[in-house]
Design a protein around this ligand. Sequence first.
Ligand code: GTP
Ligand code: MG
Length: 195
Amino acid sequence: MAAPLRLDFVTSADRVERLPETAVEIAIVGRSNVGKSSLINALANRKALARVSNTPGRTRLLNLFALADGGAVMDLPGYGYAKASKTERAGWADMIEDYLLERESLEMVVVLVDGLVGPTELDRDMLDWLRSHEIPHTVVATKHDKVKSSKRERRKRDLAEGCQLEKGDIVWVSSNSGVGIERLRGLVGSWLALD
Ligand code: GTP
Ligand code: MG
């Protein structure tokens, strides 16, 4: 059984140059409201480690978390927050892209896609961009609990196809029901080589 990740908040920064160095790191990206902060809380089995909000776009900074025994997790700001101004959106995109291109310790990008509605066009843009830069990434589908059980097989197939991936390549999770959380903890452990 994969134990909760012993994550602690380290710092927030508005650009990659201002972050402390880490030995090995994974980053969590996804559109605003996809469930990034909720997932970090679920992985750590903590209620309010990362901020969760009903107001999309609240996490506007690079938020760094670290494990007690080494390794780090980056909570990136959600892309595509509709209510932000164009300049603000462009600023976030630059911040995220610079981080993804320049963070030396980055081992794996976890791309969250909404299990009910994904992938959106922005998700596909992100996947294309990661592929074009050959940045290692894994797609995780969130909110498994929101997909009716009768529709799950179909949804899993459609989501994978939309991401140009095989069904088995995608890790399905729910921060609410706990589905897939242990499996993802195990994967995080292997990416951060904690075993
Ligand atoms: P930003 O920081 O704004 O980019 O959003 P985020 O990606 O961090 O999303 P957050 O974790 O704040 O969750 C957004 C909303 O989705 C909240 O209302 C959560 O309660 C809800 N949510 C997150 N995960 C799940 C899930 O697994 N199941 C269900 N049903 N709701 C979820
Ligand atoms: Mg968040």
